[in-house]
Design a protein around this ligand. Structure first.
Ligand code: BGC
Length: 546
């Protein structure tokens, strides 16, 4: 079996993990210093968000040089040491690849600015003349996903406004032209560069976005489209949203698959099972499976749970859909509850103690499903989004929407390690985002007791590993009839899972003879074949052979 099919992969957002050089931001030596913590969680691999040279306008997703480590994070030697140290602890390393755009500080973009319209240097990006008098209107009306227009105009050598370049995200993230062979070659070089350094895989940023079509055609509702893409849709009609998302001119075009087929050949040419996982929001989600056909990428993040309400009916249909879709191409399912772009799980499920209780139950449900799981740093601590003042915000989404969308900083607040140390042990100086003053109970060090969020994650991740050796290798689950606020399934003969998304505790008569192996609530009980399933809780039953 491939190592990733059932693996637990932990996302480290290095900037917010552990500072060791006293600049208020995390670094690679900090990740090395916390490897024993990561190992103690029971994970199999670490995915590192970008640590490459970058002006850091979008948390490092604005890459200036993908083959250089940003001094803020350390050195290339630190990166290699991290890969080696992780491997010694039997942890794999996945790094981020950001192929949709380069920072405008990348040497290619600087060269493009100095070159003439129509030049080779400009053809690596999407530079075009504007429309209307003097070319003052952008080539089309697309909006940036971060807000505002998707085009910026440059000043030419004669000092006059000239061509426009495309940026689907921040104006400092210029979209690359994937029809240009140099772009393809450069990314192949980057893949080989990190594979040679020993990484086990890549997370592909905006994997659906590389190939653009209809670049001179206006969109019928560009602002609606970007709001739909940013999930800023509370007042948008559901059908309108679906119709907008079903036809995004810059996403999910056929040409991306040829790129992934060529990358797959490179990955396969290396020993040691190197893998790739796509970040690709596509609509309808059934199209996602096209990215993980047997000669393309290995996994795709399944974001259904990232936006799912804590509701049994919804979750059952999301699980069925995912399992049947991946089944069609023989790939393994994945489950994602949070990441650096989304609200934290506890906040999304209502916040406070109720949110935390639901988040535990949702995690235990997810960890009991067949397939791979991705955990975002701090999810295991039950952290909530931190409240920030606008003056502290750094996300370009906040600036480009003029504060209408507060952005993603709340979920990026540094990890609180210990309340005994200043800045919770994250840094010895001012952290890049303020850490809430009431996070004492959520620190790693404070969560020693058996009921804590962290203890539950540790237990479920370790048990998941044991279970994966014992349960059928197929991704099949068998649903069990339950009241509508409950979902329950079995996997093989040895594992049953019950999740109660309702607000009332329930008594359920079980048919099979099993015992509780893990529960998100201490009130769960099994007496004479009757399961007491507390409100907002998940229970695992069965037997585990150690
Ligand atoms: C990353 C974001 C980033 C965007 C642009 C993504 O989807 O996860 O953090 O802002 O790509 O690179």
């Amino acid at each position: 079996m491939d190592w990733w099919s059932n693996s637990s992969i932990y996302q480290v957002y290095p900037r917010s993990f552990q500072d060791t050089n006293g600049d208020g931001e995390g670094d690679l030596v900090g990740v090395i210093s916390r490897l024993s913590y990561l190992k103690s969680l029971g994970i199999d691999a670490i995915w590192l968000s970008p640590f490459y040279l970058s002006p850091n306008n979008d948390g490092g997703y604005d890459v200036q040089d993908p083959r250089t480590v940003d001094p803020r994070f350390g050195s290339m030697e630190d990166a290699v040491n991290l890969i080696k140290a992780a491997h010694r602890s039997d942890l794999r390393i996945i790094v981020d690849l950001v192929p949709n755009h380069f920072s405008t500080e990348h040497q290619w973009f600087k060269a493009a600015l100095k070159s003439l319209p129509g030049s080779l240097e400009r053809s690596r990006f999407h530079f075009y003349d504007g429309k209307g008098e003097g070319g003052a209107i952008p080539p089309n009306n697309w909006c940036s996903i971060f807000g505002g227009p998707a085009w910026s105009r440059v000043i030419e050598a004669d000092g006059k406004p000239g061509q426009w370049y495309l940026h689907l995200f921040d104006s400092t993230q210029a979209d690359l032209n994937w029809e240009n062979n140099e772009v393809k070659e450069d990314f192949e070089k980057t893949l080989r560069f990190w594979l040679d350094k020993g990484v086990d895989g890549f997370r592909i940023d905006v994997a659906q976005g590389l190939v653009k079509e209809e670049i001179f055609k206006d969109h019928r509702d560009p602002e609606g489209l970007t709001r739909a893409l940013r999930l800023d849709v509370s007042d948008m009609d559901r059908f309108e949203r679906e119709s907008l998302l079903a036809d995004v001119p810059f996403f999910d075009n056929e040409g991306v698959h040829e790129i992934y087929r060529s990358w797959r050949k490179i990955l396969d040419s290396y020993s040691g099972q190197r893998m790739s996982v796509a970040e690709a929001w596509v609509h309808p989600s059934s199209r996602a499976m096209r990215y993980v056909r047997s000669d393309e990428l290995h996994q795709i993040f399944n974001f259904d749970f990232l936006i799912a309400p804590w509701d049994a009916e919804f979750l059952v249909s999301a699980i069925n859909k995912t399992l049947s879709e991946v089944g069609q191409v023989g790939a393994s399912p994945t489950w994602v509850l949070s990441n650096h772009d989304s609200p934290r799980l506890v906040s999304r499920l209502g916040g406070g103690e109720l949110g935390r209780q639901r988040a535990k139950a949702m995690a235990l449900l997810t960890h009991g499903l067949p397939g791979g799981i991705y955990i975002y740093q701090g999810e295991e601590l039950g952290l909530e989004d931190g409240q920030l003042e606008d003056k502290d915000r750094q996300d370009p989404v906040f600036f480009r929407t003029k504060g209408v969308d507060k952005g993603r900083d709340g979920a990026r607040i540094p990890i609180p390690w210990s309340s005994q140390l200043s800045n919770y042990g994250f840094t010895t100086t001012k952290p890049w985002l303020p850490i809430p003053s009431d996070w004492q109970d959520h620190c790693v060090e404070a969560q020693v007791d058996g009921d804590s969020h962290l203890a539950l994650y540790r237990r479920s991740l370790h048990m998941r590993k044991l279970l994966s050796r014992q349960l059928p290798t197929s991704n099949e689950i068998t649903w069990i009839d339950t009241p509508k606020e409950v979902l329950a399934f079995s996997r093989g003969d040895d594992f049953l899972l019950y999740a109660n998304t309702g607000g009332e505790s329930l008594e359920l008569k079980l048919k099979s003879d099993s015992q509780i192996i893990l529960a998100s609530s201490a009130q769960a009980q099994l007496t004479s074949g009757t399961l007491t399933l507390p409100a907002e809780s998940t229970v695992w039953l069965g037997k585990i052979t150690k």
